[in-house]
Write a protein that binds this ligand. Structure first.
Ligand SMILES: *[C@@H]1O[C@H](CO)[C@@H](O)[C@H](O)[C@H]1NC(C)=O
Ligand SMILES: *[C@@H]1O[C@H](CO)[C@@H](O)[C@H](O)[C@H]1NC(C)=O
Ligand SMILES: *[C@@H]1O[C@H](CO)[C@@H](O)[C@H](O)[C@H]1NC(C)=O
Ligand SMILES: *[C@@H]1O[C@H](CO)[C@@H](O)[C@H](O)[C@H]1NC(C)=O
Ligand SMILES: *[C@@H]1O[C@H](CO)[C@@H](O)[C@H](O)[C@H]1NC(C)=O
Length: 941
């Protein structure tokens, strides 16, 4: 609820704690007992509204310990401290704090452009929550057997622990009004789809309706009194139709002190059957009590473009043949209580019952480019068309001028089409407001395979088909069973219908929630997000050129998202893999060339590019990618839990199910920067079971000649590149987070790393025999006596392996298993070394390898480690001279294509593929960071 009540200043300082002198942690010497870190709002603008924010901060190794550090925050311009929740999201090996998460309350005017977080140690502070500042947020949490109740100071929300309603009521504090009730998830399905319009007449379809059924509710909070997180798990249970409960969900409610808003993170896992469970509607519905409110005082605000709204009253008194009076008309449009009806022109007041009451509204955003709106007086009557628009921002309000109301908004509303909003029973005692994550106005969500297998029954046939469409097909593997999707929804409570400008501000808050971030230079200095990137380098012309190329690539992809319409319920966030210059379109329909599914690590490129630039557009692009690939491209339940799907026409279609797509390293940067986003944290935890899949599914099954088949629990050969890199990243993250399985994770990490170090040829061996029961890794079955084999793949180091090893070796420091660093350094040196050098070192050369441009960062890593500028120059040679990367003399501009050649006008750059974008980006960033000095002196490009 937003009202003119002054900000609860209870949130501000009351104790004697005073800010230490501001010292940058970098410059600060390690004996100082405190340091201060600046954070600022992402982007150019300071938000005019915040509903509370959570953010992450990195800390240098060895400096702060959980039990003896207290944190506080104040506006950078000075002033009192603000309430702060603090918790640890990651630790260094020595137990010192690596990453913290923090939450600040809603700020009445978020006018401060920046804040200073101070860490203070040796403070004798020893409580469990680590909250050291003297300010306390006003949040109150009460838990009883039946419910959790959270009071933010502005609203009180109750969460039942069982039943169908996730939210029982939302009550405003100042007005004591219940403005939202009975918040449920709703799901509609059908059992079949008619194959064409004519066959609707003879297709039997069963329709089913479901609503949420709670299985578990937990609440967590830090003692700062700033933020509470209520996590509700369950499934959708049938309310009609003959169907089992399905579509498991986890919905997280975030509430902040002094906030009138609730942030909701809604995740579902598809656990149905693609051939008989067609989702036709998926939404969140709230009741809005309206009893006692005159129909002319009830307001509907339907979201249009750019913060615009349709302003309706359930019974409108404007535009009539007779005028009730200007004051009356203007009040209604403004959403205010109308003057007493006795003051109106009686020609209107005596005839109100002839004016239709509009009971129901629906908005459908069925494409990223258009929405339609309809309303009707009641069921059984025709729907009236209301002119719509292009891209609705999605924030919808229903309420009354005296009873108050609720606004609900789905983030990225039009980008996640087909979406919708619906208002029902606005003329009754209890209206309903539904936000559709999948609109019932759209065709059913069809997750069936896009082809019937075309007779690809044997591995031989499947491999032959791979030769032409590049799709790796296998019957039964093209299943969506176990994929997920996450959406963010915001709720806002009001004591009275708000001004539309205020709603517009909230729609901006919903679609681009304010994010607090530290400076890139500070992140880099702590080393907590890796040491393989550095700030943009424009110190010389060659470096500046590379910077401009990186910027071009990011801008090009931003433009492609828009003009190629890479939007949609499942698709938004992802890119296409390869371009078809003949058709001037990405190869959306050609096997393995369509959706990218993190191929060659665009996630790493974008996050590292964000870390160094701090750019808002990059953050939003990377965040959308992380939310997509971590959910849709990956299996979250079942035998393949922890594996993802290779690039393809549908995100889950390809039969190559691999850890390289699940790669936890892809989520790591967002996880820490976001202060430990709990959904992403859950994905990281899921990844700890990835190793079990090796006992069930053999990634090599189509090309294996030795007849071996996997057995659960038995040792399996895993690749030391993509497989181990994915497992190792997950283990390291669990160890850093000190999650519940961190000792198991550290054990497996250490054992496998020792095993790799003990292989005669280290990483060059290519694979090893991994024993899940004790975490050991021995020589591969082809080389039981560890005599040394040479098996190097161009894919090994392009799915996170360099980043994982760099992070890991830093993490271990002097405790790293003996020989691990040396076998990694060898791999980095020899991958692109001459065949003669390879043969001299390993007895045979590595054969013909490609992806030399991306691998130049391995050479750079070696050169940096050894301080060898000759090899540094070699890295730049490889970067600029290779067969399958971007060359220095690429056009580095996109061309406009228009007219009859294309569907719509767009840019194209036929020389760009997403593989090259990702690997060029990573190599440029890392080479600049590691061997930047050699760029200037090198004779290349
Ligand atoms: C903090 O101190 C308590 C009490 O001595 C101890 O049990 C706990 O393990 C410590 N926590 C950390 C993270 O060091
Ligand atoms: C159903 O109707 C369609 C269209 O008229 C027709 O092609 C199809 O054969 C019919 N199917 C059955 C089972 O009758
Ligand atoms: C609810 O979930 C929590 C956390 O996952 C778990 O510890 C607890 O056992 C669950 N409770 C029930 C009743 O399932
Ligand atoms: C680990 O398990 C494997 C497979 O069962 C076994 O061969 C190996 O000897 C075990 N290693 C250790 C150190 O226990
Ligand atoms: C740099 O590395 C190369 C290749 O190993 C070596 O030949 C050369 O001597 C090294 N240069 C220096 C200065 O160490």
């Amino acid at each position: 609820m937003r009202s003119s009540t002054p900000l609860l200043l209870g949130a501000l300082a009351q104790g004697a704690f005073s800010l230490p002198g501001t010292s940058s942690a970098s410059g600060g010497n390690s004996s100082s007992s405190s340091s201060s870190v600046g954070v600022h709002w992402l982007g150019d603008n300071t938000p005019s509204y915040t509903s509370g924010a959570t953010f992450g901060l990195p800390w240098p190794e060895g400096k702060y310990f959980y039990n003896s550090t207290s944190f506080s925050i104040a506006a950078a311009s000075g002033g009192d401290t603000i309430a702060l929740d603090s918790w640890v999201t990651g630790y260094w090996r020595d137990g010192s704090i690596k990453w913290t998460g923090h939450a600040i309350p809603a700020l009445e005017s978020a006018a401060e452009g920046g804040y200073t977080v101070s860490a203070r140690r040796g403070h004798g502070h020893n409580n469990n929550n680590n909250h050291g500042g003297s300010s306390k947020g006003g949040l109150k949490v009460q838990e009883s057997r039946g419910e959790v109740r959270v009071d933010t100071g502005k609203i009180s929300v109750s969460f039942p622990k069982s039943g169908s309603a996730l939210v029982k009521s939302i009550t405003t504090k100042s007005g004591g009004k219940v403005v939202g009730a009975n918040g449920k998830l709703v799901l509609h399905t059908q059992s079949a789809v008619a194959e064409d319009v004519a066959s609707r007449a003879n297709t039997t379809i069963d329709y089913s309706n479901f609503e949420s059924k709670i299985s578990n509710v937990t609440v967590t909070q830090a003692d700062g009194g700033v933020r509470a997180l209520v996590t509700v798990r369950g499934t959708h249970a049938p309310v009609s139709g003959d169907h089992d409960a399905w579509l498991q969900f986890v919905v997280r409610f975030y509430l902040y002190a002094d906030s009138d808003a609730v942030r909701i993170v809604h995740s579902v896992v598809f656990d149905g059957d693609a051939s008989s469970d067609f989702i036709t509607g998926l939404g969140i519905r709230f009741s809005v009590p309206l009893a006692g409110e005159e129909l002319y005082n009830r307001h509907v605000r339907i979201p249009g473009e750019e913060g615009g709204f349709l302003h309706d009253a359930v019974r409108g008194i404007t535009g009539l043949r007779r005028d009730p009076g200007e004051e009356v008309r203007l009040a209604q449009v403004a959403g205010q209580v109308l003057p007493n009806i006795s003051t109106w022109d009686t020609r209107v007041s005596s005839r109100l019952h002839w004016i239709p009451a509009w009971n129901d509204y629906k908005l459908a955003q069925l494409s990223p480019d258009g929405f339609t709106i309809h309303k009707r007086t009641q069921a059984g009557q025709g729907w009236i068309t209301i002119p719509g628009g292009k891209r609705s921002h999605g924030l919808t309000y229903l309420g009354g001028a005296t009873k108050g109301g609720l606004a609900v908004g789905l983030r990225d509303f039009w980008k996640k089409y087909p979406t919708g909003v619906e208002i029902a029973n606005a003329a009754g005692d209890e209206g309903q407001l539904t936000v559709w994550l999948y609109s019932p106005e759209a065709g059913p969500l069809d997750l069936r395979p896009f082809h019937d297998g075309m007779g690809e029954d044997t591995y031989e046939e499947q491999l032959d088909a791979l030769e032409i469409t590049y799709e790796d097909y296998e019957p039964g593997f093209n299943t969506p069973y176990g994929i997920a999707r996450t959406n963010e929804v915001y709720l806002y409570a009001f004591d009275a219908t708000p001004d539309s400008d205020e709603l517009a501000t909230l729609s901006a808050n919903t679609n681009e929630p304010p994010v607090l971030v530290p400076e890139p230079a500070y992140i880099r200095e702590t080393k907590a997000a890796g040491t393989y990137w550095n700030l943009p380098d424009t110190s010389n012309e060659k470096a500046a050129t590379l910077e401009s190329h990186l910027d071009f690539l990011v801008q090009f992809y931003e433009g492609q998202v828009e003009t190629r319409k890479w939007y949609g319920f499942l698709d938004y966030g992802d890119y296409m893999h390869t371009y078809d210059p003949d058709r001037h379109i990405w190869r959306y329909d050609v096997g393995g060339y369509a959706w990218d599914n993190s191929e060659l690590s665009p996630d790493l490129f974008l996050w590292q590019y964000f870390l160094r630039t701090g750019r808002e557009d990059v953050y939003r692009l990377a965040e959308a990618l992380t939310r997509h690939t971590g959910e849709v491209d990956v299996y979250h339940i079942g035998d393949w839990k922890g594996l993802g799907t290779r690039h393809g026409v549908q995100h889950y279609a390809d039969s190559a199910k691999q850890v390289r797509i699940t790669q936890p390293q892809y989520r790591k940067y967002f996880f820490y920067l976001s202060g430990g986003d709990e959904r992403v944290g859950e994905l990281l935890t899921e990844a700890l079971d990835t190793d079990k899949t090796y006992g069930v599914l053999d990634p090599q099954r189509k090309v294996r000649t030795d007849g071996w088949t996997p057995t659960p629990g038995q040792p399996t050969a895993i690749s030391l590149g993509t497989d181990w890199a994915g497992l190792a990243a997950g283990w390291l993250l669990e160890w850093e987070r000190r999650g519940s399985r961190w000792q198991e994770a550290r054990h497996k990490l250490t054992q496998t790393a020792r095993g790799i170090a003990a292989l005669k040829n280290g990483f060059v061996t290519g694979s090893g025999l991994y024993a899940i029961t004790n975490g050991t890794l021995g020589p591969p079955p082809e080389d039981p006596n560890n005599e040394g084999i040479v098996s190097v793949s161009h894919l090994s180091a392009v799915f996170g392996l360099p980043e994982v090893l760099s992070d890991l070796l830093e993490y271990w420091g002097t405790d790293a298993p003996a020989g691990l660093e040396s076998v990694w350094l060898d791999y980095t040196y020899y991958y692109s070394a001459s065949k003669a050098e390879q043969a001299a070192r390993y007895g045979s050369n590595f054969g013909s390898l490609n992806l030399i441009q991306g691998h130049s960062r391995l050479t750079a890593y070696w050169a940096h480690h050894e301080g060898n500028s000759t090899v540094g120059e070699r890295a730049w040679y490889e970067f600029f001279n290779n067969d399958d990367g971007f060359l220095a003399d690429e056009p580095w501009v996109a061309e406009v294509v228009n007219g009859s050649a294309v569907l719509i006008e767009t840019e194209e750059a036929t020389w760009i593929s997403s593989n090259e974008m990702a690997q060029y980006g990573l190599a440029a960033i890392q080479n600049l960071a590691l061997v930047g000095e050699e760029l200037e002196t090198s004779p290349y490009p």
